[in-house]
Ligand binder design. Structure first.
Ligand code: BMA
Length: 965
């Protein structure tokens, strides 16, 4: 078979690509000067309107913006997230055309420029652009930046009256369908996983816009990123020309690596640094003696002027590199491993030295670090620095600055279905929630967008590593020239843009597609199955790898998120697929088990090098529901509004409400009734709240159990060095796998993650099949820790200690220590006590080699809490005197299981701890870490407290749950 796709040589495509990129320039009306922006006209300052196909709707519009948000502002629609508005608002995505128009008031000001370009940092998605009545371009890729030479249109308009700029968006749903229908080479039975609307794989648009198994389907359109008109140079005279910028920066790759470094391979940490800069610029003229000067003012390091190849009119890559002595910069480290040293890199491009033309100067913040995902085979003769003995096979772990570490984290999904309303504070709040939960890594999952620089900047500052993905997710994607020639510039643009950020940890080709395509390969078998796999291999393993590896030297490329990794490499890297040797271990794993009866079975957890997805869904809190439910009758676990928002499993089509919801609701219900007293409160609202809480407790316990097991994996033959929970955040207010709700409120999970991701932990690992309880310590610190652990059996009745022991331990880096073991409940539980009456409190205090102190607390309940003889703990909470954010939690009569405090909605942030066991006589002080406080008066007057006891007992102070303000 002739494979059309081989006709495309990546290098050629790269050269022909018209993707332009760039961190946002200082914007404003006709800013003149020697800025990197040149003379720019910010199109967002125009009076835009947007209208539907027949003009029956015509309203003011925002640029950047999205049509749903314009309609909301104009009062045409209500808040899309409220009740079932998502369903009522589907027509917006089906509307054939949304046309954005604005009049450019002052075109005469542009007449003197030598060249005029129209620059869009993002258009979502398929649209026709015209200016002054003339066609400029038709484009269809949300993730690219565009720049068009419109000099002749502006300076010699054919239409004497039309002074409009117009961007007409086609319905993304109709566009995707059309592309599919006219396709000749695409898989005829391409399978779109997860979505409500079909054919998402045919449009380069956020894939979750078409619906996902935790989110709505709005498929918004709009000019979603800034838009500029650029006037470069002057046609008038030489002296005028000297004042006007000759070049304009679109996007700059900053690639800092150790001299001799190759992608995917741990570099020599003693080598000097190479700083490679490649600026993508627009130029008005030919400049054949241009120079670039690079400097780090904070380091007092400056390169000599570096001659660059001739710059031509139009689009150019200006590339220069210089070496920085290894002793000069301080390294950038992830959080908890060291400081986040960041440096400004000054870039000066001098188009024509001695000509009097002004150089273009700008700054990019960056850092010095190496980060590698080590996928190489374990050496045969193993000297084991940590853990072991190893299971042979391939490695799968990150090394930052040559240091191997355990990646602790979660998966990021789009923080709103409408990108334009994701504020910096929202991003900061969620990323800070990751850091505060002791995570060091977040996976930017492949069904959203390539996040922008603000997102990576925050992560750079916080020391959060970002496992980043190309935006392709579980489907079969076209591989024909038209598709690939649109996608390669998309990848180049984003890889170049993001590369300067030290938080960038990895590029992965897509979400879960190795598994998906191997499945198709097995289903179809024969020639067609082979075709699908070959085509995928060509695109994601070979082509994208070449694109990324020819763009950056500092980052690892992995072709799929969950994978068996590479069979061989590095030149070229070849995928392993099913080419495995028995007894060996490769790649990363996921764990998806929704069978409640078995999910505590630790023997079913994957023994893998790295587990990059595992999760269970739960309800958000009542406070988050309050944002979108409007009728008291909605406040029931199975009310139609609540069920309609459940997307697990997804509908797999436009059927509404989701016909598969009962399945997901059943799983959550089973999780609750299998483990806890069944919530049965008289007040409907309180009962709903208890149910939501109980689903969260199910989720939190299940995740904690897995992470404990994966962390112990660092000292076992699988040498597990990563656990990323599915998922960190939410796109809207609904049940999902998240640890942080849309309202920022931490679910129970997030508090349990904060504990289980601590550097030194104590783990009661219980095998439900054999009733084997083994208590371990484990650490991911770089040094050995020493300490003591105390194990105290207590009663539910009054929390009294009935048996206790103290164990001294030493635990090596990335390793475990077995403190004790007992088999069989009758042996485990202290003599004379029933398993239903007691629980085990485990605490540790440890010190590392530098004298830093650590502690951790855990519990083991020998029976499920619905079988435990719980008593009313008579919980109380009060403000801690002399503080503004401290509270005191006390149990006056019995031990409280998973005591939980809720803060009012007027304050965001999280408590220092929550979901804790409280013992009579031992008050617990919790501090609130405030993100934002808009409460009137002391917010602590409105705290609500509960524990598992309250699920099915009246009389506590929880009746008014959520009503506080
Ligand atoms: C994983 C993800 C997502 C999905 C999640 C929950 O596989 O990659 O596609 O939302 O599972 O089903």
């Amino acid at each position: 078979m002739v494979r059309l796709l081989h006709l495309i040589a990546p290098g050629l495509l790269a050269a022909a690509a018209s993707a332009f990129a760039g961190p946002q320039s200082p914007l404003g009306d006709f800013i003149t000067g020697n800025s990197s922006a040149g003379t720019t006209f910010n199109l967002s300052t125009l009076a835009w309107t947007v209208k539907n196909t027949n003009g029956s709707i015509q309203i003011p519009a925002s640029v950047p913006g999205q049509v749903h948000l314009d309609l909301l502002k104009a009062g045409i629609i209500g808040e899309p997230y409220v009740e079932i508005n998502e369903f009522y608002q589907r027509w917006i995505a089906y509307e054939p055309t949304w046309t954005y128009t604005a009049k450019i008031q002052n075109p005469d000001d542009l007449r003197s420029a030598k060249k005029i370009f129209l620059r869009f940092d993002g258009l979502d998605t398929a649209c026709n652009i015209s200016l002054f009545g003339q066609h400029v371009a038709a484009v269809a890729n949300q993730f690219r930046q565009w720049a068009f030479d419109v000099t002749s249109i502006v300076q010699s308009p054919t239409n004497s009256t039309d002074r409009n700029i117009t961007v007409a968006f086609q319905s993304p749903i109709l566009y995707a369908k059309e592309v599919r229908e006219r396709s000749e080479v695409y898989p005829p039975d391409a399978y779109t996983n997860q979505s409500v609307f079909s054919n998402r794989e045919y449009i380069r648009k956020q894939q979750a816009d078409f619906g996902w198994d935790w989110g709505p389907a709005f498929a918004p359109s709009g000019i979603w990123k800034p838009a500029l008109l650029l006037a470069l140079g002057s046609r008038q005279n030489a002296s005028e020309n000297q004042k006007r910028p000759q070049i304009h920066e679109l996007n700059t790759l900053v690639d800092i690596y150790r001299v001799g470094q190759l992608n995917n391979i741990p570099p020599n940490q003693n080598a000097n640094w190479m700083v490679n800069v490649s600026a993508e610029v627009l130029s008005v003229d030919t400049f054949d003696r241009a120079t670039v000067t690079l400097s780090f003012p904070q380091l007092q390091v400056t390169s000599p002027p570096i001659r660059v190849a001739g710059i031509k009119p139009g689009r150019n890559f200006v590339t220069a590199h210089f070496e920085v002595d290894k002793s000069k910069p301080h390294l950038w480290w992830p959080v908890h491993m060291g400081k986040q040293n960041l440096y400004d890199l000054h870039i000066s491009i001098n188009p024509q030295p001695t000509s009097g033309l002004a150089p273009m100067n700008y700054t990019r913040r960056t850092a010095f670090r190496t980060i590698v995902l080590n996928l190489l085979r374990y050496p045969d003769a193993l000297t084991i620095p940590f853990g072991g003995p190893y299971k042979p096979g391939d490695q799968f772990h990150f090394e930052v600055n040559g240091v191997t570490f355990f990646a602790k984290g979660a998966n990021w999904v789009p923080a709103d279905a409408f990108y334009r309303r994701i504020t910096k504070e929202r991003r900061r709040g969620i990323l800070q929630s990751a850091v505060d939960a002791n995570m060091n890594m977040v996976r930017v999952w492949a069904g959203g967008v390539y996040e922008d620089d603000e997102f990576y900047d925050l992560a750079d500052e916080m020391g959060l590593l970002l496992w980043s993905e190309l935006q392709f997710s579980i489907s079969t994607y076209p591989a024909d020239p038209a598709f690939l020639s649109n996608v390669i510039p998309e990848i180049e643009y984003n890889v170049r843009r993001i590369n300067r950020h030290p938080s960038l940890a990895l590029w992965v080709g897509n979400n879960e597609m190795e598994w998906f395509v191997l499945g198709l390969n097995a289903t179809y078998r024969g020639a067609y199955g082979k075709h699908l796999l070959d085509e995928w291999d060509y695109t994601f393993v070979q082509l994208f790898q070449r694109v990324i590896l020819s763009t950056t030297r500092s980052i690892t490329y992995l072709f799929s998120s969950t994978t068996q990794g590479y069979l061989s490499g590095p030149d070229p890297w070849i995928a392993r697929y099913n080419n495995k040797t028995r007894g060996e271990l490769y790649g990363s794993a996921e764990n998806w088990n929704f069978g409640i009866a078995t999910f505590e079975d630790i023997t079913r957890f994957p023994a893998a090098r790295f587990v990059n997805e595992f999760g269970f869904h739960s309800m958000p809190s009542i406070y988050t529901w309050d944002e979108v439910l409007t009728s008291p009758s909605d406040y029931q676990f199975n009310s139609s509004v609540v069920v309609a928002r459940n997307r697990k499993p997804p509908p797999g089509g436009t059927a509404w409400p989701n016909p598969n919801s009962p399945n997901g609701m059943y799983q959550m219900t089973q999780g609750v009734i299998t483990h806890y007293p069944v919530p049965s409160r008289v007040d409907q609202r309180t009962n709903f709240s208890m149910w939501c809480h109980a689903t969260q407790l199910t989720q939190a316990q299940f995740m904690q159990l897995q992470i404990e097991s994966y962390r112990l994996g660092s000292g076992r033959p699988e040498n597990n060095l990563g656990a990323l929970v599915w998922q960190l955040n939410d796109i809207w207010q609904a049940d999902s796998w998240s640890g942080v709700e849309y309202s920022f409120r931490w679910k129970i999970l997030q508090y349990h993650l904060r504990r289980v991701y601590q550097p030194v932990i104590i783990v009661p690992l219980f095998n439900t099949r054999t009733a084997d309880l083994s208590v371990y310590t484990s650490t991911d610190l770089r040094s050995t820790v020493k300490g003591t652990a105390s194990l105290i059996w207590r009663t539910w009745q009054n929390g009294a200690a009935v048996n206790s022991s103290v164990v001294h331990f030493t635990t090596r880096s990335l390793n475990n220590t077995l403190l004790g073991r007992a088999v069989g409940l009758s042996t485990i539980v202290p003599a004379g006590y029933s398993a239903n009456d007691v629980w085990l409190q485990l605490t540790l205090n440890a010190t590392d080699a530098s004298g830093n102190k650590y502690n951790h607390e855990n519990v083991f309940t020998p029976v499920k809490l619905n079988a435990a003889n719980l008593r009313d703990p008579e919980l109380t909470v009060r403000p801690q005197r002399g503080t503004t954010n401290g509270i005191v939690v006390e149990a006056s009569s019995a031990a409280a299981a998973y005591a939980w405090v809720d803060h009012p909605p007027c304050i965001t942030g999280h408590f220092s701890d929550n979901s804790i066991f409280v013992i009579p006589g031992q008050s617990r002080i919790l501090n609130f870490v405030v993100f934002e406080n808009t409460c009137h008066g002391d917010w602590r007057q409105s705290i609500v407290i509960r524990s598992v006891w309250d699920y099915n007992h009246e009389g506590s102070n929880t009746e008014s749950l959520g009503h506080s303000t």
